[in-house]
Design a protein around this ligand. Sequence first.
Ligand code: IMP
Length: 181
Amino acid sequence: MDVVKLGEYQFKEYLSAADIARRVASLGAEINKDYTSEEPPIVIALLNGAFIFAADLCRQFDFECQLQLLRVSSYEGMESTGKVKIDHAAEPDMTDRHVIIVEDIVDTGNTLAAYLPTLKSKGAKSVRVCSLLLKPDAIKHDLDLAYIGFEIPNEFVIGYGLDYNGRGRNLASIYSIVNAD
Ligand code: IMP
C-alpha cells in the first residue's frame, strides 16, 4: 500500500516495513552491547504509540529485561497540546535499576521533557531513551537521546503504532502526510 487515506488526509509511504525491521534490528544490536542479564534493565514503553516498536525492539534483546507499558499523552489530532499526562501509578520500582525509555517519536520533546525529570527521584541507576523517530526541526528541549532509529522531516506521520486521532496505528509501514494545511 503506497498511499493511505484517513478522512480528508492522504498519506504516502515514507518508511517501508522492511526499512523499519532492518533499523529495529540494528538498534537492538546497539542496545545489546550496553546491557547484560546480570543487571537486567527495565524497559518502559510509552503508550499508546510505542507499543509496536517496543514489541519488536524487545524481541531483539539478548539480555533479560522487564517490560512495563506506561500511558502518557500530550497529543490531540496533529498538535501537541503541551500538557503531558503521565500514569505514575503504573510505574515499576526503579530503585538501583537501569531503565530504558522507549518512545515512538520525539517531536516537540514535551513528553520526555516532562517525564524524564520525574525519574530523578526514583533511584534508577541509569536512564536512556530509545526513540524510533526524531523530528530534529520540531524539538524544543535539550534532551539526551541515546538511541534514535530515524531522523525525519517535520511532517505528521502515521503507522507502526503512530496514529491520527486513533487511526492508522496498525499500518505496517510509516506514512507521511501529503496534503497538510
Ligand atoms: P512530543 O511530546 O511533542 O515529543 O510528542 C510525543 C508524542 O506525540 C509521541 O509519542 C506521539 O504519540 C505524538 N506524536 C508526535 N508527532 C507525531 C506524528 O507525526 N504522528 C503521530 N503522533 C505524533
